[in-house]
Design a protein around this ligand. Structure first.
Ligand code: ITT
Length: 201
């Protein structure tokens, strides 16, 4: 079966993409399957630029179609921080959450959004990028142990649960990643000719 590489070493992202790709005629591999992949410096100014860099590097290294996701949390009261620096904001998920709640202590405006940019690279070229978002708010103390990253403190609009409490199937319907991925999948289905003949998505 043809396979596609998602250019991430984040096992939680891989799990979400495996679910999002369920039922499609393609096998998903990730950089966890390519332990010697040299890595990419995420020095772009935007989610889209970083996603494009990651997708291109993986496509060239693995010699198959690849896509990458660069994602993060933008908090209104922090002028969009941590944004593209979400994974580098502090060393661990717990420290990132603690730092975020510390910065927001006493701050009334809790509005935030998750953003996900997905880039697709085929035959050594980035062919398209897509962006998805989910809006919500940052709560005062973590709730739930599911998901990853900032999930336990993010409550999406229209729901009582945080992403950390929500069933994965539901997060996978409404998340920034799900929205961007749907756009990417529609594009691939419409533009199948850009892919190899045996790439039967
Ligand atoms: P790769 O670059 O290998 O894909 P990464 O975790 O470093 O893995 P990013 O550079 O895209 O990925 O950083 C995304 C960070 O944003 C991630 O580490 C989380 O802290 C946060 N984030 C993104 N999507 C999230 C989600 O669905 N739930 C919670 N936090 C998320």
């Amino acid at each position: 079966m043809a396979y596609i590489v998602v250019a991430t070493s984040n096992a939680h992202k891989v799990e979400e993409y495996e679910k999002l790709l369920e039922g499609q005629k393609v096998e998903l591999k990730s950089l966890l399957d390519f332990p010697n992949f040299p890595g990419v410096e995420e020095d772009g100014a935007t989610f889209r630029e970083n996603a494009a860099k990651k997708a291109l590097a993986a496509c060239k290294y693995c010699d198959v179609p690849a896509f990458a996701d660069d994602s993060g949390l933008e908090v209104e009261a922090l002028d969009g921080r941590p944004g593209i620096y979400s994974s580098r904001y502090a060393p661990t998920d717990a420290e990132r959450i603690a730092k975020l709640l510390g910065e927001l202590e006493g701050v009334e405006n809790r509005r935030a959004r998750f953003v996900c940019a997905i880039a697709i690279a085929v035959n050594g070229e980035v062919i398209e990028t897509f962006e998805g978002e989910v809006k919500g708010r940052i709560i005062d103390a973590p709730r739930g142990v599911d998901g990853f990253g900032y999930d336990p403190v993010f409550q999406p609009d229209g729901y009582e649960e945080t992403f950390g409490e929500m069933a994965q199937e539901l997060k996978n319907k409404i998340s920034h990643r799900a929205v961007a991925f749907k756009l990417a999948l529609n594009f691939v289905e419409d533009e199948m000719s850009v892919l190899d003949d045996d790439f039967d998505l």
